[in-house]
Write a protein that binds this ligand. Structure first.
Ligand SMILES: NC(=O)c1ccc[n+]([C@@H]2O[C@H](COP(=O)([O-])OP(=O)(O)OC[C@H]3O[C@@H](n4cnc5c(N)ncnc54)[C@H](O)[C@@H]3O)[C@@H](O)[C@H]2O)c1
Ligand SMILES: [Zn+2]
Length: 369
Protein backbone atom coordinates (compact mmCIF):
# COMPACT_ATOMS: atom_id res chain seq x y z
CA UNK A 1 0.00 0.00 0.00
CA UNK A 2 1.54 3.28 -1.12
CA UNK A 3 -0.39 5.58 1.18
CA UNK A 4 -1.06 5.02 4.85
CA UNK A 5 -2.82 6.85 7.65
CA UNK A 6 -2.07 6.68 11.33
CA UNK A 7 -4.46 8.06 13.91
CA UNK A 8 -2.99 9.90 16.91
CA UNK A 9 -5.37 9.15 19.74
CA UNK A 10 -5.96 12.15 22.00
CA UNK A 11 -9.72 12.18 22.65
CA UNK A 12 -11.23 15.29 21.02
CA UNK A 13 -7.78 16.42 19.91
CA UNK A 14 -7.13 13.22 17.92
CA UNK A 15 -5.80 13.70 14.40
CA UNK A 16 -4.63 11.70 11.38
CA UNK A 17 -1.10 11.51 9.95
CA UNK A 18 -1.28 10.77 6.22
CA UNK A 19 1.97 9.39 4.80
CA UNK A 20 2.97 8.58 1.23
CA UNK A 21 4.42 9.79 -2.07
CA UNK A 22 2.79 12.64 -3.99
CA UNK A 23 0.61 13.87 -1.13
CA UNK A 24 1.40 17.56 -1.67
CA UNK A 25 -1.06 17.49 -4.57
CA UNK A 26 -3.71 16.01 -2.31
CA UNK A 27 -3.55 18.61 0.44
CA UNK A 28 -6.97 20.08 -0.50
CA UNK A 29 -8.60 16.64 -0.29
CA UNK A 30 -7.17 16.03 3.17
CA UNK A 31 -8.34 19.48 4.29
CA UNK A 32 -11.83 18.69 3.01
CA UNK A 33 -11.75 15.40 4.88
CA UNK A 34 -10.73 17.27 8.05
CA UNK A 35 -13.78 19.52 7.66
CA UNK A 36 -11.99 22.66 6.48
CA UNK A 37 -14.56 24.55 4.38
CA UNK A 38 -13.44 26.42 1.26
CA UNK A 39 -14.46 29.72 2.80
CA UNK A 40 -11.65 29.52 5.34
CA UNK A 41 -8.50 31.44 4.61
CA UNK A 42 -5.27 29.42 4.52
CA UNK A 43 -1.85 30.73 5.46
CA UNK A 44 1.17 28.68 4.35
CA UNK A 45 4.33 29.20 6.38
CA UNK A 46 7.61 27.89 5.01
CA UNK A 47 11.34 28.66 4.92
CA UNK A 48 13.57 29.98 2.17
CA UNK A 49 15.00 26.53 1.31
CA UNK A 50 11.64 24.81 1.04
CA UNK A 51 9.81 27.68 -0.67
CA UNK A 52 11.49 27.38 -4.10
CA UNK A 53 10.94 23.61 -4.06
CA UNK A 54 7.36 23.14 -2.92
CA UNK A 55 5.54 26.37 -2.08
CA UNK A 56 4.14 26.96 -5.58
CA UNK A 57 2.78 23.43 -5.81
CA UNK A 58 1.00 23.73 -2.47
CA UNK A 59 -0.38 27.23 -3.04
CA UNK A 60 -1.53 26.62 -6.60
CA UNK A 61 -3.19 23.30 -5.70
CA UNK A 62 -5.02 24.96 -2.84
CA UNK A 63 -6.06 27.94 -4.96
CA UNK A 64 -7.26 25.62 -7.73
CA UNK A 65 -9.41 23.81 -5.17
CA UNK A 66 -11.05 27.12 -4.27
CA UNK A 67 -9.28 28.04 -1.04
CA UNK A 68 -8.16 31.65 -0.45
CA UNK A 69 -4.44 31.28 0.28
CA UNK A 70 -1.64 33.54 1.49
CA UNK A 71 1.93 32.59 2.32
CA UNK A 72 4.93 33.71 4.32
CA UNK A 73 8.57 32.70 3.84
CA UNK A 74 11.06 32.99 6.71
CA UNK A 75 14.79 32.35 6.92
CA UNK A 76 15.91 28.71 7.12
CA UNK A 77 17.32 26.96 10.16
CA UNK A 78 17.02 27.10 13.93
CA UNK A 79 17.44 30.90 13.78
CA UNK A 80 13.87 31.13 12.55
CA UNK A 81 12.65 30.04 15.98
CA UNK A 82 13.31 33.44 17.51
CA UNK A 83 11.04 36.18 18.76
CA UNK A 84 11.81 38.61 15.94
CA UNK A 85 10.79 36.05 13.31
CA UNK A 86 7.67 35.13 15.33
CA UNK A 87 6.68 38.80 15.23
CA UNK A 88 7.37 38.96 11.50
CA UNK A 89 5.05 35.99 10.88
CA UNK A 90 2.36 37.46 13.15
CA UNK A 91 2.53 40.71 11.18
CA UNK A 92 2.20 38.83 7.90
CA UNK A 93 -0.77 36.89 9.28
CA UNK A 94 -2.54 40.06 10.39
CA UNK A 95 -1.81 41.79 7.10
CA UNK A 96 -3.14 38.77 5.21
CA UNK A 97 -6.40 39.27 7.09
CA UNK A 98 -6.48 35.93 8.92
CA UNK A 99 -9.35 35.54 11.33
CA UNK A 100 -10.18 33.00 14.00
CA UNK A 101 -11.50 30.52 11.43
CA UNK A 102 -8.31 30.66 9.36
CA UNK A 103 -5.85 27.81 9.22
CA UNK A 104 -2.07 27.77 9.17
CA UNK A 105 -0.16 25.19 7.13
CA UNK A 106 3.40 24.58 8.33
CA UNK A 107 5.30 23.46 5.21
CA UNK A 108 8.84 22.46 6.22
CA UNK A 109 10.92 20.70 8.83
CA UNK A 110 10.72 20.71 12.59
CA UNK A 111 11.66 24.38 12.76
CA UNK A 112 8.68 25.46 10.67
CA UNK A 113 6.45 23.01 12.54
CA UNK A 114 7.48 24.46 15.90
CA UNK A 115 7.34 28.11 14.80
CA UNK A 116 4.15 27.69 12.78
CA UNK A 117 2.54 25.72 15.56
CA UNK A 118 3.35 28.41 18.08
CA UNK A 119 2.02 31.14 15.80
CA UNK A 120 -1.17 29.08 15.39
CA UNK A 121 -1.41 28.50 19.14
CA UNK A 122 -1.29 32.22 19.85
CA UNK A 123 -2.80 34.03 16.84
CA UNK A 124 -6.09 35.43 18.14
CA UNK A 125 -5.80 33.00 21.08
CA UNK A 126 -5.39 30.03 18.79
CA UNK A 127 -6.28 28.94 15.27
CA UNK A 128 -6.14 25.53 13.65
CA UNK A 129 -2.98 24.28 11.97
CA UNK A 130 -1.89 21.48 9.71
CA UNK A 131 1.65 20.18 9.46
CA UNK A 132 3.12 19.37 6.08
CA UNK A 133 6.53 17.97 7.07
CA UNK A 134 9.38 17.95 4.57
CA UNK A 135 12.16 16.44 6.70
CA UNK A 136 12.50 12.97 8.19
CA UNK A 137 13.21 14.45 11.61
CA UNK A 138 9.82 16.14 11.51
CA UNK A 139 8.14 12.74 11.99
CA UNK A 140 9.14 13.34 15.60
CA UNK A 141 7.85 16.90 15.88
CA UNK A 142 4.60 16.04 14.09
CA UNK A 143 3.44 14.00 17.09
CA UNK A 144 2.94 15.38 20.56
CA UNK A 145 1.67 18.90 20.03
CA UNK A 146 4.70 20.63 21.50
CA UNK A 147 5.21 23.93 19.71
CA UNK A 148 7.79 26.50 20.66
CA UNK A 149 10.31 29.18 19.84
CA UNK A 150 13.66 29.85 21.48
CA UNK A 151 14.73 32.56 23.90
CA UNK A 152 18.34 33.82 23.85
CA UNK A 153 18.68 32.07 27.25
CA UNK A 154 17.52 28.68 26.05
CA UNK A 155 15.87 26.45 23.46
CA UNK A 156 12.09 26.03 23.29
CA UNK A 157 11.50 28.20 26.35
CA UNK A 158 8.49 29.99 24.88
CA UNK A 159 5.84 27.56 23.81
CA UNK A 160 2.53 25.78 24.15
CA UNK A 161 0.81 22.47 23.60
CA UNK A 162 -1.22 22.79 20.40
CA UNK A 163 -2.23 19.70 18.45
CA UNK A 164 -2.48 19.92 14.66
CA UNK A 165 -5.75 19.19 12.84
CA UNK A 166 -3.87 16.79 10.58
CA UNK A 167 -0.39 15.94 9.33
CA UNK A 168 0.18 15.45 5.61
CA UNK A 169 3.56 13.82 4.98
CA UNK A 170 4.63 13.68 1.34
CA UNK A 171 7.59 11.28 1.28
CA UNK A 172 8.69 12.56 -2.15
CA UNK A 173 9.82 15.80 -0.53
CA UNK A 174 12.52 13.92 1.38
CA UNK A 175 14.48 13.35 -1.86
CA UNK A 176 15.69 16.96 -1.91
CA UNK A 177 16.87 16.83 1.68
CA UNK A 178 20.67 16.96 2.22
CA UNK A 179 22.05 13.51 3.18
CA UNK A 180 23.16 14.70 6.58
CA UNK A 181 19.61 15.82 7.40
CA UNK A 182 18.27 12.43 6.32
CA UNK A 183 20.68 10.66 8.68
CA UNK A 184 19.71 12.99 11.52
CA UNK A 185 16.10 11.97 10.97
CA UNK A 186 17.04 8.31 11.12
CA UNK A 187 18.59 8.89 14.55
CA UNK A 188 15.11 9.68 15.93
CA UNK A 189 13.52 6.82 13.97
CA UNK A 190 16.06 4.42 15.52
CA UNK A 191 15.41 5.95 18.94
CA UNK A 192 11.70 5.20 18.57
CA UNK A 193 12.56 1.57 17.87
CA UNK A 194 14.99 1.33 20.76
CA UNK A 195 12.55 2.63 23.34
CA UNK A 196 9.72 0.27 22.64
CA UNK A 197 9.85 -2.18 19.80
CA UNK A 198 12.56 -4.75 19.05
CA UNK A 199 10.72 -5.89 15.89
CA UNK A 200 10.96 -2.38 14.53
CA UNK A 201 14.71 -2.33 15.28
CA UNK A 202 15.22 -5.66 13.49
CA UNK A 203 13.19 -4.39 10.56
CA UNK A 204 15.42 -1.27 10.36
CA UNK A 205 18.54 -3.48 10.47
CA UNK A 206 17.19 -5.59 7.63
CA UNK A 207 16.29 -2.71 5.31
CA UNK A 208 19.11 -0.20 5.67
CA UNK A 209 19.72 0.14 1.92
CA UNK A 210 16.08 0.60 0.90
CA UNK A 211 15.59 3.08 3.74
CA UNK A 212 18.67 5.11 2.91
CA UNK A 213 17.54 5.21 -0.71
CA UNK A 214 14.26 6.71 0.61
CA UNK A 215 12.27 4.02 -1.18
CA UNK A 216 8.76 5.32 -0.60
CA UNK A 217 7.28 2.05 0.59
CA UNK A 218 9.97 1.57 3.21
CA UNK A 219 10.32 5.17 4.28
CA UNK A 220 6.55 5.45 4.71
CA UNK A 221 6.58 2.42 6.95
CA UNK A 222 9.51 3.80 8.98
CA UNK A 223 7.72 7.11 9.47
CA UNK A 224 4.47 5.39 10.40
CA UNK A 225 6.13 3.08 12.92
CA UNK A 226 8.22 5.91 14.40
CA UNK A 227 5.16 8.16 14.74
CA UNK A 228 3.18 5.25 16.21
CA UNK A 229 5.72 4.71 18.98
CA UNK A 230 5.73 8.39 19.86
CA UNK A 231 1.94 8.58 19.61
CA UNK A 232 1.56 5.67 22.03
CA UNK A 233 3.82 7.35 24.57
CA UNK A 234 2.19 10.77 24.15
CA UNK A 235 -1.32 9.31 24.41
CA UNK A 236 -0.42 8.01 27.85
CA UNK A 237 1.28 11.22 28.95
CA UNK A 238 0.10 14.17 26.85
CA UNK A 239 1.45 16.90 29.11
CA UNK A 240 4.73 15.29 30.10
CA UNK A 241 4.20 14.14 33.67
CA UNK A 242 6.46 11.09 33.60
CA UNK A 243 6.45 8.36 30.97
CA UNK A 244 7.14 10.82 28.16
CA UNK A 245 10.66 11.18 29.50
CA UNK A 246 11.58 7.88 27.80
CA UNK A 247 11.59 9.82 24.53
CA UNK A 248 14.77 11.42 25.83
CA UNK A 249 16.96 8.35 25.27
CA UNK A 250 20.41 9.69 24.37
CA UNK A 251 19.23 13.27 24.80
CA UNK A 252 20.88 14.25 28.10
CA UNK A 253 24.28 13.41 26.61
CA UNK A 254 23.22 14.80 23.23
CA UNK A 255 21.97 18.15 24.51
CA UNK A 256 25.25 18.62 26.40
CA UNK A 257 27.26 17.97 23.21
CA UNK A 258 25.09 20.38 21.24
CA UNK A 259 25.41 23.10 23.87
CA UNK A 260 29.19 22.71 24.28
CA UNK A 261 29.73 22.73 20.52
CA UNK A 262 27.52 25.84 20.15
CA UNK A 263 24.94 23.92 18.11
CA UNK A 264 27.36 24.03 15.18
CA UNK A 265 29.59 20.99 14.77
CA UNK A 266 27.01 18.30 15.41
CA UNK A 267 23.36 18.47 14.48
CA UNK A 268 20.72 17.19 16.88
CA UNK A 269 20.47 13.73 15.33
CA UNK A 270 24.23 13.26 15.38
CA UNK A 271 24.47 14.40 18.99
CA UNK A 272 21.78 11.98 20.20
CA UNK A 273 23.32 9.20 18.14
CA UNK A 274 26.52 9.47 20.16
CA UNK A 275 24.36 9.88 23.26
CA UNK A 276 22.40 6.67 22.61
CA UNK A 277 25.65 4.75 22.22
CA UNK A 278 26.92 6.12 25.54
CA UNK A 279 23.63 5.39 27.30
CA UNK A 280 23.93 1.78 26.11
CA UNK A 281 27.56 1.51 27.25
CA UNK A 282 26.53 2.85 30.65
CA UNK A 283 23.62 0.41 30.87
CA UNK A 284 25.98 -2.49 30.18
CA UNK A 285 28.44 -1.20 32.75
CA UNK A 286 25.64 -1.05 35.32
CA UNK A 287 24.54 -4.55 34.31
CA UNK A 288 21.13 -3.25 33.36
CA UNK A 289 21.48 -4.39 29.75
CA UNK A 290 23.05 -7.59 28.41
CA UNK A 291 26.49 -7.49 26.84
CA UNK A 292 26.31 -6.76 23.14
CA UNK A 293 23.44 -4.26 23.47
CA UNK A 294 25.70 -1.26 22.89
CA UNK A 295 27.49 -2.95 19.97
CA UNK A 296 24.19 -3.69 18.22
CA UNK A 297 22.86 -0.16 18.75
CA UNK A 298 26.06 1.47 17.52
CA UNK A 299 26.27 -0.77 14.46
CA UNK A 300 22.73 0.22 13.48
CA UNK A 301 23.43 3.92 13.97
CA UNK A 302 26.63 3.67 11.93
CA UNK A 303 24.86 1.90 9.11
CA UNK A 304 22.76 5.07 8.76
CA UNK A 305 25.97 7.14 8.58
CA UNK A 306 25.55 8.45 12.11
CA UNK A 307 28.51 9.10 14.41
CA UNK A 308 28.95 6.99 17.54
CA UNK A 309 32.44 7.91 18.68
CA UNK A 310 33.40 10.58 21.18
CA UNK A 311 33.31 14.14 19.76
CA UNK A 312 37.08 14.59 19.92
CA UNK A 313 37.50 18.08 21.22
CA UNK A 314 35.23 17.78 24.25
CA UNK A 315 36.25 17.08 27.81
CA UNK A 316 34.09 14.46 29.59
CA UNK A 317 34.14 16.64 32.71
CA UNK A 318 32.64 19.59 30.86
CA UNK A 319 29.97 17.32 29.41
CA UNK A 320 29.13 16.04 32.88
CA UNK A 321 28.85 19.61 34.18
CA UNK A 322 26.31 20.48 31.52
CA UNK A 323 24.38 17.22 32.07
CA UNK A 324 24.15 18.02 35.75
CA UNK A 325 22.65 21.43 35.03
CA UNK A 326 20.37 20.08 32.35
CA UNK A 327 18.70 17.42 34.46
CA UNK A 328 17.16 17.37 37.87
CA UNK A 329 20.06 15.57 39.46
CA UNK A 330 20.00 15.20 43.22
CA UNK A 331 23.17 15.43 45.30
CA UNK A 332 25.63 14.15 42.76
CA UNK A 333 23.27 11.61 41.17
CA UNK A 334 21.91 11.78 37.65
CA UNK A 335 18.61 10.63 36.17
CA UNK A 336 18.96 9.09 32.71
CA UNK A 337 16.96 6.99 30.27
CA UNK A 338 18.89 3.76 29.71
CA UNK A 339 18.23 0.69 27.55
CA UNK A 340 17.43 -2.54 29.40
CA UNK A 341 17.40 -4.49 26.14
CA UNK A 342 16.78 -3.70 22.50
CA UNK A 343 13.26 -2.23 22.45
CA UNK A 344 13.03 -1.55 26.18
CA UNK A 345 14.22 1.39 28.26
CA UNK A 346 13.93 2.56 31.82
CA UNK A 347 14.18 5.92 33.57
CA UNK A 348 17.04 5.23 35.99
CA UNK A 349 17.49 7.46 39.01
CA UNK A 350 20.46 7.74 41.36
CA UNK A 351 23.16 7.09 38.78
CA UNK A 352 26.65 7.67 40.15
CA UNK A 353 28.26 10.58 38.32
CA UNK A 354 31.64 8.88 38.58
CA UNK A 355 30.34 5.97 36.51
CA UNK A 356 28.98 8.28 33.83
CA UNK A 357 32.32 10.07 33.75
CA UNK A 358 34.16 6.76 33.44
CA UNK A 359 32.05 5.68 30.47
CA UNK A 360 32.74 8.98 28.74
CA UNK A 361 36.46 8.82 29.49
CA UNK A 362 36.62 5.29 28.08
CA UNK A 363 34.81 6.46 24.95
CA UNK A 364 37.35 9.24 24.53
CA UNK A 365 40.25 6.84 25.03
CA UNK A 366 38.81 4.50 22.45
CA UNK A 367 38.52 7.36 20.04
CA UNK A 368 42.10 8.53 20.41
CA UNK A 369 43.73 5.10 20.27
N1 LIG B 1 7.98 19.77 18.77
C1 LIG B 1 8.63 18.64 18.94
O1 LIG B 1 8.15 17.71 19.58
C2 LIG B 1 9.98 18.49 18.33
C3 LIG B 1 10.56 17.24 18.25
C4 LIG B 1 11.79 17.12 17.61
C5 LIG B 1 12.40 18.25 17.08
N2 LIG B 1 11.80 19.46 17.18
C6 LIG B 1 12.42 20.66 16.62
O2 LIG B 1 12.64 20.44 15.24
C7 LIG B 1 13.72 21.26 14.81
C8 LIG B 1 14.61 20.45 13.91
O3 LIG B 1 13.86 19.99 12.80
P1 LIG B 1 14.52 19.69 11.40
O4 LIG B 1 15.71 18.84 11.58
O5 LIG B 1 13.44 19.23 10.50
O6 LIG B 1 15.11 21.12 11.00
P2 LIG B 1 14.75 22.22 9.90
O7 LIG B 1 13.29 22.49 9.87
O8 LIG B 1 15.64 23.35 10.14
O9 LIG B 1 15.18 21.53 8.53
C9 LIG B 1 16.51 21.20 8.31
C10 LIG B 1 17.06 21.90 7.05
O10 LIG B 1 16.53 21.28 5.89
C11 LIG B 1 15.90 22.24 5.04
N3 LIG B 1 14.80 21.52 4.41
C12 LIG B 1 13.64 21.15 4.98
N4 LIG B 1 12.94 20.37 4.15
C13 LIG B 1 13.68 20.24 3.03
C14 LIG B 1 13.50 19.51 1.83
N5 LIG B 1 12.45 18.71 1.64
N6 LIG B 1 14.46 19.61 0.88
C15 LIG B 1 15.56 20.38 1.09
N7 LIG B 1 15.81 21.06 2.22
C16 LIG B 1 14.86 20.98 3.18
C17 LIG B 1 15.52 23.36 5.95
O11 LIG B 1 15.40 24.58 5.25
C18 LIG B 1 16.70 23.38 6.93
O12 LIG B 1 17.78 24.06 6.35
C19 LIG B 1 14.41 21.76 16.07
O13 LIG B 1 14.13 23.13 16.24
C20 LIG B 1 13.78 20.95 17.18
O14 LIG B 1 13.70 21.66 18.40
C21 LIG B 1 10.60 19.59 17.78
ZN1 LIG C 1 15.35 14.62 19.69
Amino acid sequence: MEQRTLQVDLAERSYPIHIGPGLLKEVPDFLQAAGVERSRKLFVLTDENVAPLYLDTVCSTLAAAGYPVASCVVEAGEQAKRLAVYEQVMTAAIEAGLDRKSLLLALGGGVIGDLGGFVAATYMRGIAFVQVPTTLLAHDSSVGGKVAINHPLGKNLIGAFHQPLAVIYDTDTLHSLPKREVSAGFAEVIKHGLISDENFVTWLENHVDRLKALDSLFISEAIERGCAVKARVVAQDETEQGLRAILNLGHTFGHAFEALLDYAKLNHGEAISIGMGLAAELAERMELAPNGTARRIKTLLQSFDLPVSWPGSLSPRDVLDVMRRDKKSVAGKLVLVLPRAIGRVEIVKNIEESLVLQVMQDAREEQTT
